[in-house]
Design a protein around this ligand. Sequence first.
Ligand SMILES: CC(C)(COP(=O)(O)OP(=O)(O)OC[C@H]1O[C@@H](n2cnc3c(N)ncnc32)[C@H](O)[C@@H]1OP(=O)(O)O)[C@@H](O)C(=O)NCCC(=O)NCCS
Length: 164
Amino acid sequence: MLENNHQRSRLDLVIRPFTPEDAPQVSELICRCLREVNIQDYTSEQIERMIPGFSPDTLPARFAGCDTALALLNNTIIGIGLLATNEIRTMFVSPDHHGHGVGKSIMQYLERLALQRGVPELIVFSSVTARDFYASQGYHIVETTEHPIAGTRYKAVKSLPASL
Ligand SMILES: CC(C)(COP(=O)(O)OP(=O)(O)OC[C@H]1O[C@@H](n2cnc3c(N)ncnc32)[C@H](O)[C@@H]1OP(=O)(O)O)[C@@H](O)C(=O)NCCC(=O)NCCS
């Protein structure tokens, strides 16, 4: 975990790590995304199976051992992403703020961290919904997978450049 490494992005977002106190807000953000956005590509039964895995009490354990990036605008959490060694996970941006570069800012933050750690290649298991977002960030699909809870996901990879 990076401690005391708050960064201000070009969008005037503050990017900082997750703390357990953030769990209720982060859980609400993720569940809104699932129910309002991912529902375009998954059945409501699939979405409701995913929800318990993002309840506030599960998040600290779920995020343990990962580098976390929360994006805040005016002290409100509007996005989250994780880096688990060489894997990008749990990328969600509040539906109120899609299309304004928040996801891209979080990805750039996590990719820089990965680069600092000497990770040569990142992978992501993308939702159907986020496939084109990851493509726009340079990730290439190498496999389509079926997860028992998350359903169809695309494994996508990106080689990191020498510097970002
Ligand atoms: C995927 C997600 C995180 C993207 O966040 P965002 O803040 O809206 O994305 P950005 O505004 O930073 O977009 C960055 C680029 O991706 C593109 N992009 C974003 N979402 C896209 C989409 N659904 N389809 C096509 N392109 C997309 C943008 O056009 C932009 O391109 P540019 O850099 O050439 O301008 C957000 O849409 C989301 O939370 N989706 C639902 C949850 C989800 O499926 N998460 C992934 C779990 S694996």
